[in-house]
Design a protein around this ligand. Structure first.
Ligand SMILES: Cc1cc2nc3c(=O)[nH]c(=O)nc-3n(C[C@H](O)[C@H](O)[C@H](O)COP(=O)(O)O)c2cc1C
Length: 322
């Protein structure tokens, strides 16, 4: 049988981020970037513990809208049967690809021996990938790893385990589990992963600006580059377009509206806005000097300032969940 073809439309990817890349944020990023540049995106991980997740949960993560750029559904779990059945349901409800998470360092993931816990057991990675590949033979299955657990000594073994299991793409977050999210990112590890496997590699970790995207590809041989936190600072990072203050505020206003429409109460809308404002740089709307003012403002303060910056009347968001 022919191997499923990777559906990505361009070389750059929006990273899966729990609590961020749900449909409200993700769809705005997708509408503001050219699919020839932003070639792929992912849901935040869905966690599978003992039982496969119901189709309605998977549908909710995929969201109501489809774009030319494919959005992969990311699954984290350690039970091959439950993960495989979740993958089958994900494809049945329209996921164009399934991504397996071997990078999450959270205590919950480690307790369940899932996410980055599996980095210590490459044969288990191979078994899990292979079980999922058999469950969805017509869809690409991709794997996202870190460079290792305590250190990067097993990077090649981990990468080759994912490939041997049948992964069609390997995303490598170049930090180890022990390194968490620290500032420095060693791209030499990405070059090592590229050498170790024959499937395409997507490099991730430490991209700060648009020019880093092509630089990462040139320095490491990765075919794709994935952006996490820098896309929270500037959702236009994929095109490199510099927006003005008003357009930057307009993104956040649209985000607030989308969250409210998705059922977030006012407090939840502002909490999610502040999560972005902690990183935000686009349009110089938030500067190092003004960041603490934005973050310490109350709900009315954040919303009225933001809507004024975008040239719009302040909203009447519901104070309770709908
Ligand atoms: C808030 C947050 C949530 C994340 N959630 C996920 C997730 O659900 N799945 C995953 O594979 N990685 C997750 N990550 C890791 C990112 O996908 C990415 O690998 C990491 O941030 C490194 O890229 P960066 O240096 O460009 O931020 C998360 C990162 C952050 C900051």
């Amino acid at each position: 049988m022919e191997l499923p073809i990777l559906p990505f439309t361009g070389p750059w990817m929006l990273a899966p981020m729990e609590g961020v890349t749900e449909p409200s944020f993700r769809d705005l990023v997708l509408t503001r970037n050219d699919p020839r540049e932003l070639g792929g995106a992912f849901t935040e991980f869905v966690r599978v513990v003992r039982h496969a997740l119901p189709a309605r949960t998977l549908r909710r993560h995929l969201g109501p809208h489809r774009f030319e750029t494919p959005v992969g559904l990311q699954i984290m779990g350690a039970d091959p049967d439950a993960v495989a059945e979740t993958a089958r349901r994900a494809v049945a409800v329209g996921a164009p690809l399934v991504d397996l998470n071997f990078g999450c360092p959270s205590k919950g993931a480690l307790r369940g021996c899932a996410g980055s816990a599996l980095l210590d057991d490459p044969p288990a990675i191979e078994r899990l990938v292979s079980r999922v590949v058999r469950a969805v033979p017509e869809s690409p299955v991709t794997a996202k790893i870190r460079a290792g657990g305590e250190n990067d000594g097993e990077l090649e073994d981990i990468a080759q385990a994912a490939e041997a299991g049948g992964a069609r793409l390997l995303t490598v977050h170049c930090r180890t589990r022990a390194e968490g999210y620290r500032d420095s990112a060693d791209w030499e590890r990405l070059r090592r992963a590229v050498e170790a496997v024959s499937i395409p590699v997507c490099g991730n970790g430490g991209i700060e600006g648009h020019s880093d995207l092509e630089r990462l590809r040139n320095e490491t041989g990765c075919r794709y580059a994935m952006v996490g936190r820098a896309a929270l600072a500037d959702p236009w990072i994929f095109s490199g377009r510099r927006v003005d203050r008003r357009e930057a505020a307009g993104f956040l206003v649209d985000y607030a509206r989308a969250l409210s429409e998705a059922g977030f109460p006012r407090r939840g809308v502002v909490a999610r806005l502040k999560q972005l404002l902690r990183h935000w740089r686009a349009g110089e709307l938030v500067t190092d000097a003004s960041r603490s003012e934005w973050l310490s403002a109350d709900e009315d303060g954040v919303l009225s300032r933001l809507f004024a910056e975008a040239g719009e009347a302040p909203p009447l968001f519901s104070r309770s969940a709908s």
